[in-house]
Design a protein around this ligand. Structure first.
Ligand code: HEC
Length: 456
């Protein structure tokens, strides 16, 4: 970055504000001039020099502030020079119009009409183009068309990309994980049009190469990788990235980048072949939303409207998981004054994948019903009075992946049984009768299950 005195830069930063003045005044001047051609009026004609004078003044001020802003760097050279030429030409043309508006120039008399037409239409065309280039410099190439129904934009395709991954065997570390992370949080400022800090984050080579001051990524070494340093600074540090208070990376995204760099910043490798440990596998499952995908791919037939209205009447909240698969989430939270009628849930057994009955008086007896809800994938029963005897009923659930029994009387012997659930991934048992020995032995029985035993 070139050194620019602060006071100049202060003026330069007003450029985005200034530019709207000449745009407005020039459009007004053009219309005014055409109107006078159509209906000549001496009194109004006398105002013309003032209008063009203001247009010229504002155009020159904008061009100057724009020039100073451009010294700060970080813009695509090509579009910047077009924008610059447009701004200077507009300033010169408006000064010409200003002079023409009061100085009659006898030598021009016979060409006056044609000169005027050429100058005015040039102003109109250059004004449009310069404005467009300016927009491209600040907002990026696809800003104008981003919400156009005719163009498929980049951002939507990244989203599809992420959810398309169905297992770590088919996910490429760079293409499917690293690149989408940079795409979502960094590329808006580090792209071809807007190369802040001289850094491009659109390709593998550019990421490693880095920006004006430092290499971006040193494979195998997070400590010396400038990109990693920037994303792990305190968020209020002035060098923290993403800059300008943009949404920071999530912990999960930072951890994935850390692992990628530590493993040698591979450019082309399937995640599963990099032998990720259990913890890293979980990071990626969360990142690719693998669990959710599996459940969303199942399509049930619609629940009967009678069953749904009965549930609502009984005080349950019922939500659709997505529009296309008819799967349902049912919730009941908070103390219930009456005994919940859980047998109503049996009428939506096929659709019910997510059940949350929190602190609402569920008993061991009720678990006989819940144990038969065979499509459950998430089950949250925290803070109910449940004991080992009742919890054994849950062993019948073939698809359950998340089981939350926090604040119940679950014991070591129950969790030893529960970890044998075929699909279980996460078991929450804090504030229960479980102790660390019980957790140890349960973990030995099934290492795949993450047992959350104490909040840290
Ligand atoms: C809102 C715009 C913006 C976003 C978003 C953004 N940056 Fe930056 N970045 C800048 C600016 C401006 C600079 C130059 C000033 C500086 O070096 O701090 C810069 C500089 C950098 C540099 C230093 C380059 C060098 O060698 O001097 C790195 C590394 C960097 N950014 C990484 C990132 C990463 C990684 C992300 C995404 C997590 C990101 N940036 C997102 C604006 C942004």
């Amino acid at each position: 970055m070139q050194e620019v005195p602060d006071l100049y830069m202060f003026f330069g930063r007003f450029h985005p504000l200034f530019v709207h003045l000449p745009i407005g005044i020039l459009v007004f001047a053009l219309i005014f001039q055409i109107y006078l051609k159509w209906k000549p009026n001496d009194a109004l004609h006398a105002v013309l020099p003032i209008v063009w004078g203001l247009a010229a003044l504002s155009a020159v001020l904008s061009a100057l502030s724009g020039y100073i802003l451009s010294l700060g760097g970080g813009y695509s050279e090509e579009i910047l020079s077009l924008h610059k030429i447009g701004g200077i030409t507009l300033s010169i043309l408006s000064i010409c119009c200003f002079i023409l508006s009061f100085y009659r120039m006898p030598w021009l008399a016979s060409y006056r009409n044609i000169t005027q037409k050429i100058v005015l239409s040039s102003i109109a065309v250059i004004l449009l183009l310069t404005g467009h280039w300016g927009g491209t410099l600040t907002h990026g190439n696809d800003y104008l068309m981003e919400f156009s129904p005719f163009v498929v934009t980049d951002s939507s395709s990244t989203v599809e990309h992420v959810s398309r991954i169905s297992s770590l065997d088919s996910a490429d570390i760079f293409k499917d994980a690293v690149q989408p992370i940079f795409q979502s949080k960094c590329v808006s400022c580090h792209n071809v049009e807007k190369k802040k800090g001289g850094l491009l984050l659109t390709s593998y080579e550019e990421m490693l190469a880095g920006g004006k001051t430092k290499a971006g990524i040193i494979p195998g070494n997070t400590a010396t990788s400038e990109i990693f340093r920037r994303i792990t600074l305190p968020t209020n540090h002035k060098e923290f990235m993403p800059a300008d208070g943009k949404k920071p990376l999530t912990e999960n995204q930072v951890a994935i980048l850390e692992w990628w760099i530590d493993q040698g910043a591979q450019r082309n490798m399937m995640i599963s072949s990099m032998k990720p440990n259990k913890h890293i596998q979980d990071l990626f499952s969360d990142f690719f939303q693998l669990g959710r995908d599996a459940i969303l791919s199942y399509v049930a037939k619609p629940a009967s409207s009678e069953a749904l209205s009965n549930l609502l009447k009984a005080g349950f909240q019922v939500h659709a998981i997505s529009e296309s698969n008819n799967l349902l989430e049912v919730k009941y939270t908070g103390p219930s004054t009456e005994k919940l009628n859980l047998s109503l849930l049996e009428s939506i057994r096929e659709q019910l994948v997510w059940l949350q009955l929190i602190n609402c008086g569920v008993t061991d007896e009720d678990l006989k019903i819940i144990g038969g809800l065979s499509n459950l994938y998430k089950l949250n029963l925290n803070r109910n009075k449940l004991t080992a005897g009742g919890l054994n009923e849950l062993i019948r659930l073939p698809k359950v992946e998340y089981l939350n029994l926090y604040g119940t009387s679950v014991t070591d012997s129950s969790i030893n049984q529960l970890v044998t659930l075929p699909k279980l991934k996460k078991l929450y048992v804090w504030e229960s009768r479980v102790d660390s020995l019980g957790v140890e032995s349960a973990k030995r029985l099934n290492q795949r299950v993450d047992i959350v035993y104490r909040l840290n």
